[in-house]
Design a protein around this ligand. Structure first.
Ligand code: S3P
Length: 432
């Protein structure tokens, strides 16, 4: 792999990928451990905390709310303030690029007896917030949004009442915000999901001593519970590993071992989609770590069938769809997915960004309002990639560059710092 400027990253076609990779802690889980640690009683020590800029945004916001936080490398020590120990921030809270920070923190802020303002960067300022404001207002918070239901969020928190809420969109962030707000309400708050989304919030709530019950698609949490801080280990980030899973499957003669990856069944949708395609993925050494499954993955390249991803699988692979679209070009039958309109309101319009960049590489792709159809057996050509400031687009097309003819240039490549700052370094280590 060539030397690079901080902005443009050059990717050469790979002869093979080999080696062992240890991934940084899961981003979704790190956000939750930090937020729950902040409102628990006593200290919480988090090991393998995510290296992402997004999770740093969460820590910075929590500090602004008066929480004692020390970070030494990837160990974060949080002095829990308890349910009523947060203090108003002197300045607006800045969630940066992180939708998880803005939406989940809104749940905690809704229960505070003070007013908070949460802002974000240009990309986050284009993302819908009504989905989180609506249920929190039903609980009694007063929330003002920017024009069109966009950030900034102005939250006048206070005494909350429990609600039963049927989720109109499949969103773990919104579900989590309601459950977090439910901690501050007197009585039982219930969230009903149409399709299951990631359940890390439910797991850590239980681990910290909250009273939480899940039956079918309903999750109930009892308010005013005492949460107890504790020592926690964050599993490696499967959504970051996904780029190397796909790279190892499609680059020739590859053999990768991915260590200590989170295998929570609400996150392993990508493995479920890949298995029937004939993907050579072996899961070994599975164990449980503070309620989360973790294990190693062995990846070998080989032929992949492709096919149509059922709509019901989409919420479970929402962050993996860009890289799966890249994989689709290297399959026998191509890859189609629908029911993924949510991708249009992620860090970028990911359906448009994937289609545009696949076309830049000479690939055939059809864009639907809610999905993509990518033809199989395609030859990709090295191209200049515009990631639209979206980390997952930059990483997906770096992987595409490994199997392209000729060199690929990823513009503004430092956007990968949002979730995976070491991505290019690891890629250059395992790619020959
Ligand atoms: C996340 C949930 C998903 C996902 C995001 C992280 C989380 O978003 O896309 O990267 O940590 O709960 P939605 O819940 O909005 O679908």
């Amino acid at each position: 792999m060539g030397l690079f400027s901080p902005k443009t990253q050059k990717i050469k076609p790979a002869k093979n990928l080999t080696g062992t990779i240890q991934f940084p802690g899961d981003k979704s889980i790190s956000h939750r451990y930090a937020m729950l640690g902040a409102i628990a009683e006593g200290p919480t020590e988090i090991h393998f905390f995510s290296t992402s800029a997004d999770c740093q945004s969460t820590l910075t916001c929590l500090k602004q709310l008066g929480v004692g936080i020390e970070r030494k490398d990837n160990v974060v020590l949080i002095q829990g303030a308890g349910l009523s120990g947060l203090r108003p921030a002197a300045q607006p809270l800045n969630a940066g690029n992180s939708g998880s920070t803005m939406r989940m923190l809104a749940g905690i802020l809704a229960g505070q007896p003070f007013r908070s303002v949460v802002v974000g960067d240009a990309s986050l300022s284009r993302r819908p917030m009504m989905r989180v404001a609506a249920p929190l207002e039903l609980m009694g918070a007063r929330i003002k949004l920017g024009e069109g239901g966009l950030p900034p969020l102005e939250i006048e928190g206070g005494v909350l009442k429990p609600i039963r809420y049927e989720m109109p969109v499949a969103s773990a962030q919104v579900k989590s915000a309601i459950l977090l707000a439910g901690l501050f309400a007197e009585g039982e708050t219930e969230v009903v999901e149409k399709v299951q989304t990631r359940d890390h919030t439910e797991i850590i709530l239980e681990q910290m001593g909250a009273s939480i019950g899940c039956y079918h698609r309903t999750i109930a949490v009892r308010g005013r519970a005492r949460l107890t801080g504790r020592k926690l280990h964050v599993p490696g980030d499967l959504s970051s590993a996904a780029f190397f899973i796909v790279a190892g499957l499609i680059a020739p003669d590859s053999n990768l071992v991915l260590h200590n990856v989170g295998l929570n069944p609400t996150r392993t949708g990508i493995l479920d989609v890949l298995a029937p395609m004939g993907a050579r993925v072996k899961v070994v050494n599975v164990e449980m770590l503070n309620g989360e499954l973790i294990g190693n993955l062995h990846i070998e390249s080989g032929p992949l069938r492709g096919g149509e991803i059922p709509e019901s699988a989409v919420p479970g692979i929402i962050d993996e769809l860009p890289i799966l679209a890249v994989l689709g070009t290297q399959t026998e039958e191509g890859l189609t997915f629908r029911g993924a309109a949510e991708l249009r309101v992620k860090e970028s319009d990911r359906l448009a960004a994937v289609a545009e960049n696949l076309r830049r590489m000479g690939a055939e792709v059809e864009e639907f309002p809610d999905g993509l159809r990518v033809a199989g057996r395609q030859t990709l050509h090295g191209a200049e990639i515009d990631p639209h400031d979206d980390h997952r687009i930059a990483m997906a097309f770096a992987v595409a560059g490994l199997v392209a003819h000729g060199g690929t240039e990823i513009k503004n490549s430092s956007c990968v710092d949002i979730s995976f700052p070491d991505f290019f370094e690891i890629l250059s280590r395992v790619a020959d």
